[in-house]
Design a protein around this ligand. Structure first.
Ligand code: TXA
Ligand code: MG
Length: 333
C-alpha cells in the first residue's frame, strides 16, 4: 500500500507478481480492475465486453457519451483496432509506450464494444509505460478500456489509496503499482482530420509532438464529443482555487512553484526548483493533501509551455466554480 491514506475495508488490493494473473482473471471474467499507469490510475475493463464497460461507466458515474481510452500493449495491437496513419506510426514509434493517446478511425469489425468509444467511429489508443499495466494487457490479450479511476469530475488518482478513497467497493480489484510517475493524464491528439489536433494537453508536451509531425498542432475541442472530460470544470478539489497568486490572502494556503514570493510561506510546493516535470507529478497529490485541511488554495504562477500547458489546463479547470455560468468553451477535452 502506498503510504498516505488507509484503505477502506473490503476492497482487495494486490501487488507483486501474482497480481498480474489475478487482475487478468477478474478482467476476463467481466470485472473492473484499477490498474497503475505512468500517468494516473485507470479503471479498466475488457474492451470487448459491453457489460464490463458499462460497469466502468456506472462506477465512475460517467455519462455514456464520454468515450474511454483503449490501452494496448504495443503498436501491432493498435493496428488491429485502428487505422494507423503515417503520422500515427511516427508518433507511436517515438512516444509509445508513453503518455500519448492518439485518436484514429476505428476498425469497427474488430470486436470492441462500441459503448467504450461512446458509439463514435473513432477510437483513442495508447500504450501505457508501466510494466504492470503492460503485463496485464498482454495476459488478457485484448485492449483495456480505462478512464481515470476516480468518480467523474474528481481529481485523478495517483496512488492505490486515492482509488480506494474515491471508488471504494465499486472496484473489484485494485492493483497497487506505487505512486504514478507522471501524475498528470496522457496528452490526447486526434489524427482524424486534415491536421493533428490537441484535444487535451497532458504528460507529453505539445512541442515534442510538433517536432515529430513537423507541423503545428492546433488546439481545439473535438466538436463532436461534448463531455464532462471536455468541460471546463473537471479535476476539481473541494477547496476554492486562486491561480497566478503572488500574495496570500485571509483564509488561504499557498501552493508554491519555484521560490515563493517575498513574505509568503508556502504550505506545499509543486517543485521548489521550478521543474515542470516534478510539478506535474506532484500536482494532484499536493492538491489532495491541501484539500484535506484547507478551504482556499492560492497557487503560484506556472509557465504555460511544455508540461506547463497540462498543469495550467488542470488548474484552470479545477478553479472554475460550478456556480458561475460556464464561460464559452475554448480549451477542451
Ligand atoms: O493518462 C490517461 O489518459 C488516463 C490513463 C488511465 O490512461 N486516462 C484518462 O482517461 O485520462 P479519461 O477517461 O479520464 O479521459 C479520456 C478522454 C476523455 O476526455 C474523452 O472524451 C477522450 O479521452 N476520448 C476518448 N475517446 C475519444 C474519441 N474517440 N474522440 C474524442 N475524444 C475521446
Ligand atoms: Mg479522467
Amino acid at each position: 500500500m502506498t503510504p498516505g491514506r488507509e484503505p477502506r475495508a473490503g476492497v482487495r488490493i494486490v501487488a507483486g507478481p501474482g497480481a498480474i494473473e489475478e487482475a487478468a482473471a477478474v478482467l476476463l471474467g467481466g470485472g473492473r480492475v484499477a490498474i497503475p499507469t505512468e500517468t494516473v490510475y485507470g479503471l479498466a475493463a475488457d474492451a470487448t465486453q459491453g457489460e464490463a464497460v458499462a460497469a466502468v461507466f456506472a462506477a465512475k458515474q460517467r455519462p455514456r457519451f464520454n468515450p474511454l481510452i483503449h490501452h494496448v500493449a504495443d503498436v501491432s495491437m493498435a493496428r488491429r483496432f485502428a487505422v494507423m496513419t503515417p503520422e500515427a506510426e511516427a508518433l507511436a514509434e517515438r512516444f509509445w509506450p508513453g503518455p500519448l493517446s492518439i485518436i484514429l478511425a476505428v476498425r469497427a469489425d474488430a470486436g470492441l464494444s462500441p459503448l467504450a468509444r461512446a458509439g463514435l467511429d473513432t477510437i483513442a489508443l495508447r500504450v501505457p509505460d508501466h510494466p504492470m499495466a503492460l503485463d496485464i494487457i498482454r495476459r488478457v490479450g485484448r485492449p483495456l478500456a480505462a478512464p481515470s479511476a476516480n468518480p467523474s469530475e474528481h481529481l485523478s488518482p495517483v496512488t492505490a489509496a486515492d482509488v480506494v478513497a474515491g471508488l471504494g467497493d465499486r472496484v473489484d480489484l485494485v492493483v497497487d503499482g506505487g505512486r504514478c510517475r507522471d501524475g498528470v493524464e496522457s496528452t490526447i491528439v486526434a489524427l482524424t482530420g486534415d491536421g493533428p489536433v490537441l484535444l487535451r494537453p497532458g504528460a507529453t508536451p505539445r512541442e515534442a509532438i510538433e517536432r515529430v509531425v513537423g507541423r503545428f498542432v492546433e488546439r481545439r475541442p473535438d466538436g463532436r464529443v461534448i463531455a464532462p472530460g471536455m468541460m471546463r470544470r473537471h479535476y476539481a478539489p473541494k477547496a476554492a482555487l486562486r491561480l497566478d497568486a503572488t500574495d496570500i490572502r485571509a483564509g488561504e494556503v499557498f501552493l508554491g512553484f519555484g521560490p515563493p514570493p517575498e513574505g509568503v510561506e508556502p504550505a506545499l510546493n509543486l517543485s521548489e526548483r521550478g521543474d515542470l516535470r516534478e510539478a506535474a507529478s506532484n500536482l494532484f497529490f499536493r492538491l489532495r493533501e491541501l484539500d484535506e485541511h484547507a478551504n482556499a488554495i492560492a497557487v503560484a504562477p506556472i509557465p504555460g509551455t511544455g508540461l506547463g500547458e497540462a498543469i495550467v489546463d488542470r488548474l484552470t479547470r479545477a478553479a472554475t466554480s460550478p456556480e458561475k455560468p460556464e464561460p464559452e468553451q475554448t480549451e477542451q477535452a
